[in-house]
Ligand binder design. Sequence first.
Ligand SMILES: [Zn+2]
Length: 290
Amino acid sequence: MKNYFQKLISANKLAHAYLLVGSSLELALWITQSVYCKEQNACGQCANCRRIEHGNHPDVHIVVPDGTKIKVDQIRELQREAALKAVEGQKQVFIIDKASKMNENAANALLKSLEEPLQDTLYLLVSETKNNILPTIISRVQTLKIKEENRLVSEAEKTNLQLKYLNIYEDCNLSIEQVEQYKDSIDEWVDVISSTLSQNTSNALLSVQTSWDKNFNDKESKQLATVLMQSYVRSAVLIKRGKPSIWEIDVPYSWEQLVQLEKGVNNIQRAIHSNGHFLLAMEDFFIQKI
Ligand SMILES: [Zn+2]
């Protein structure tokens, strides 16, 4: 991806707006450094690279969510800046981090800027997913999907998250944002999952109908619940083999039961992906269980 941008920049062929899906602010800052670098290839050493890294380049504007959302006033402020000339006579770069957090008004305001881009402006929208980004915005930008392996966890993110949650992030293939968002619930969820999976069928069905419905009440949390279940089953397999695992759980299952559990969890995940009925899939699973 970096090579791709380097070629575009040296050929002076950057588009006016990109949506970097699966990316972090890091990549957007690197692209910005490449645009302004006085040496070459975002050297990180020259005055421009350093000012961008420290957030004090006058022509680089970064919008981040104010609380949980990016609000329309933030986009209007950005548009006021865009209407002015670049302070140092080059491009102005506008980075919108966590672009999927724009509320509807903010997204519609941004759409106007993207429809009639001013000369010498570059918009970099950064987002973990394409979900929640208006199709009209997607149609006005070049969307680039950043490969998973390029999505490194930064040192700062690591110190913000306990090791345990980072392990969950790796094991479950969750995004770092999802782990951040749900980390307070994850322990509680694992309790629900582990007690449900270790109960007999009728008790398990009862807790599916009560606590599962309460804990996992939207599509995203249901998907997370199933990746946690998969991770839980994987841990159970590891523990049974005497290997270290993420979850500290009792494993009252035979090998045969573990195989059944794994199949059942995969079925539930399929049901969610195909917008099937989560509770029905869960009930189905526990009726057939073991
Ligand atoms: Zn530089």
